[in-house]
Design a protein around this ligand. Structure first.
Ligand code: SF4
Length: 249
């Protein structure tokens, strides 16, 4: 089996799953076109990524499995990222099965647009944790459309993913100054769920949108203050370049 692979794999990462060393596999392609996507360069591969990239070509899936196997001594989980990994259900299932066969946990970083595909993985006991990206207040189709390049039902799909059972869920919002005011409304739409909420410091310099690129990233203290204002939540964290992940509530 071959898969279209971004060519990027981080054999050992300690920042993608709090408390764990993991391998991260970046799938190619995404159904969204977010104005601040910092992984654009992983999706539309460019020379900037030399020497790691394989030009978005189809590669034998066995190559990826070999890399996971080589990293196995140092990791306890594999995280599939992208792009949107759930766009590739067959390849995702095979790699998740391979990782589980090695006794590793499996996580997926997803925009949540394919809840049924995630549910299939859960039913087959191939998925332990979902890192769910929620970008705007769930009912705000207009804002979602603006951020994602036209996907008006993205919020409803993300909510379906959030409602999945028998899996751990971490909700993440990447925060840029121009969208920071939306965070309390996003938090309210997920309050009462049994999930961790992480505010990630958006890095404007990587954004495709030129207006976002002009913004200054929120400082660690600004993000901490925003997180600290969500007093109705049970577990709120921030993730910054300065200090990594910190629990605020
Ligand atoms: S969903 Fe994620 S990977 Fe896809 S375009 Fe948006 S930010 Fe980028």
């Amino acid at each position: 089996m071959t898969m279209v692979f971004s060519g990027i794999m981080i054999p050992v990462s300690t920042i993608d799953w709090y408390g764990r060393s993991v391998s991260v596999v970046f799938f190619n392609g995404c159904n969204f076109n977010c104005i601040y996507c910092s992984n654009k360069n992983f999706i539309d591969v460019t020379d900037r990524l030399e020497p790691l990239f394989k030009k978005g070509k189809a590669v034998d899936i066995g190559e990826i499995e070999k890399e996971i196997l080589d990293a196995k001594t140092f990791i306890s989980a594999v995280v599939f990222s992208g792009g949107e990994p759930a766009m590739h259900p067959r390849e995702l299932e095979r790699l998740a099965g391979f990782a589980k066969g090695l006794g590793l946990l499996v996580g997926i970083e997803t925009n949540g647009y394919y809840p049924k595909r995630l549910e299939e993985l859960i039913k087959k006991k191939l998925l332990d944790r979902i890192f769910l990206d929620i970008k705007a207040p769930i009912g705000d189709g207009k804002k979602y459309k603006m951020i994602t390049g036209g996907i008006g039902d993205a919020g409803e799909k993300a909510m379906e993913s959030l409602n999945l059972r028998y899996v751990d869920i971490e909700v993440r919002t990447t925060v840029f100054p121009s969208f920071a005011a939306d965070v309390p409304a996003i938090a309210k739409s997920i309050a009462g769920r049994d999930c961790t909420y992480v505010l990630q410091q958006g890095i404007p310099e990587y954004a495709p949108d030129k207006n976002i690129r002009k913004e200054k990233p929120l400082t660690r203290d600004e993000l901490a203050a925003l997180a600290g204002s969500l007093t109705f939540m049970r577990d709120v964290r921030i993730r910054t370049r300065e200090k990594g992940e910190e629990r605020i509530i």
